[in-house]
Each structure stands twice: as structure tokens, then as C-alpha cells.
Design a protein around this ligand. Structure first.
Ligand SMILES: [Zn+2]
Length: 268
């Protein structure tokens, strides 16, 4: 029986229940938290323990059920709610880890009303009242400060949907203006869409010449307001200075919302 089981047993001594050695190793393997202050790291350890006690991190068949992996998921999920608190994840009971990018059956209806059934490969997904599903390969690629983080991306969707609507606008704390938030995100999103279109046109024309600046965010962020928010949060924690340079106002909104400034913390 591992220490996670003891956590689920209602033991309140959460902090001491993550063994020092395992915790130190986890911090080492997640450069995105490397420069947190000692105080923030203590808080992160508490939050990580809270995530582990509240959310069941299960593994699908074929996944090595290692404590390190579950700790990695909990730690990365804890980072966005370091100051906000884990209540933001109250809609999530289970995070399911699957071996690799997995296939999901998709049924879509197009504008003409035609039903398409197909299989799409995705790396993570947040379904309403369903487990958050993450691929192990993607979890392992996250947290290195390289811009990619499937855990933070999916948990950003959870935060976004805390008011019942995944629309790129989470419920804001007092003192933040939703009108300003909306305007800042809309402006950044249209800039991003422009960059994506230009890049696509350049690739299509096989012209080597750069027309405008390349997208800073994952092109997938252009899929909709909710994806733009999730990808922004992902970059905010993974490559904060990059996001700050490209979209300073958006960075400022996220900094106010999360109550953290990763740009002064990350080893980027
Ligand atoms: Zn997404």
C-alpha cells in the first residue's frame, strides 16, 4: 500500500505523507516549479496533497501504476490552483491515465446535418462530468518549461468551466473586470488567428519568406475561445516570459487571476 492510499484514508497529515525524497525528486523533474519561493513550494506541497486526497488518479490497463507518475499529475494540477485553492476542481473526481495517445470515437454533425463518425487521436480531454483523461506520454512531456503541458491544459478547462460554461472566461475574483478580460482575450485571439492563417498560407505557397510573426501559442488555440484560454494558461506556466512578451495584457490578466507571476520564477 502506497502513501496515496493512506491519503485517501482520511489522514489529515497530508504534507508529511508525501515522502521527502519523492517530493524532492518530483520538484527536480518539473523545471516549471524550480524557481518558486520556499513559501510557494510549501504551499505547492499542501495543494498537491489536497489534489491527491480529493481526486482519484487512476490508471488504465497497461499503465505502470507508479507513484511518481501520479505525483507528477497531482503536482502539475496543483500549480494553477496554488493561490486559488483546490475547490476549483470540485467537478473532477477522477483523472484517468491511459498508456499513450488514445483513440476516441467521435460523432459529429456538420452544417448540412450529415452525421460523421470517425476516430480522432487526442492526447487529453476534459468531458463534462467525466474523468479527465490524460495520456502518460503527454504527462511525461509536460512540466519541462518547453511550452507543452497537457495536465495544466486540461485543468485550465476545468477552471474555465467552474461557472458551468467552458467559454474561455472563468468566474473572476472581485476586483477583476470581465469586460476588460473579454476584450484582452479577444484581441490576443484575433492576433493569434491572423498569425496562424499567415503561417498556413506560407506553408501552402511553399514560400520560405516569413509573412508576419509566427504564432506564439499552439495553433490549436485558434479552435475556439475555450481552447485559446487553455493554451494561454499552458504557456503562462510553461513559458511565461514568452507569453508576456507576445501578449503583455493577457499575461497581466492571468497573473491577476492566478495570483502568481511565473515570469519571475521560471528558469526560462
Ligand atoms: Zn483543450
Amino acid at each position: 500500500m502506497g502513501f496515496f492510499r493512506r491519503l485517501l484514508g482520511g489522514d489529515k497529515r497530508r504534507i508529511s505523507d508525501i515522502p521527502d525524497e519523492l517530493w524532492a525528486q518530483a520538484l527536480d523533474e518539473h523545471p516549471i516549479v524550480r524557481a518558486l519561493s520556499a513559501q510557494q513550494l510549501s504551499l505547492l506541497r499542501i495543494r498537491t496533497g489536497e489534489v491527491l486526497s480529493r481526486i482519484s488518479i487512476d490508471t488504465a490497463r497497461g499503465v505502470d501504476r507508479s507513484e511518481e507518475l501520479r505525483l507528477s499529475v497531482a503536482l502539475q494540477a496543483a500549480l494553477p490552483v496554488l493561490e486559488l485553492g483546490v475547490e476549483w476542481y470540485r467537478a473532477v473526481r477522477t483523472i484517468l491515465l491511459v498508456p499513450d495517445e488514445y483513440e476516441t470515437e467521435l460523432t459529429t454533425v456538420d452544417e448540412a446535418g450529415v452525421v460523421h463518425e470517425g476516430v480522432d487521436t487526442i492526447s487529453g480531454e476534459m468531458g463534462h462530468q467525466q474523468p479527465v483523461v490524460l495520456s502518460v506520454a503527454d504527462v511525461e512531456a509536460s512540466g519541462w518549461g518547453e511550452g507543452y503541458n497537457v495536465v495544466i491544459h486540461e485543468m485550465a478547462h476545468v477552471i474555465d468551466a467552474a461557472d458551468g460554461e467552458a467559454d474561455g472566461a472563468p468566474p473572476l475574483p472581485p476586483g477583476m473586470d470581465s469586460g476588460h478580460w473579454g476584450a484582452v482575450f479577444a484581441a490576443a485571439r484575433s492576433d493569434h488567428e491572423r498569425r496562424v492563417r499567415r503561417t498556413e498560407a506560407r506553408i501552402a505557397s511553399r514560400s520560405g519568406r516569413a509573412a508576419g510573426r509566427a504564432p506564439v501559442l499552439d495553433p490549436y488555440a485558434a479552435e475556439g475561445r475555450e481552447e485559446f484560454f487553455a493554451c494561454s494558461v499552458e504557456l503562462f506556466f510553461e513559458r511565461p516570459r514568452r507569453l508576456k512578451r507576445a501578449y503583455p495584457e493577457l499575461f497581466e490578466e492571468l497573473r491577476s487571476f492566478f495570483g502568481i507571476d511565473p515570469s519571475g520564477l521560471s528558469g526560462e
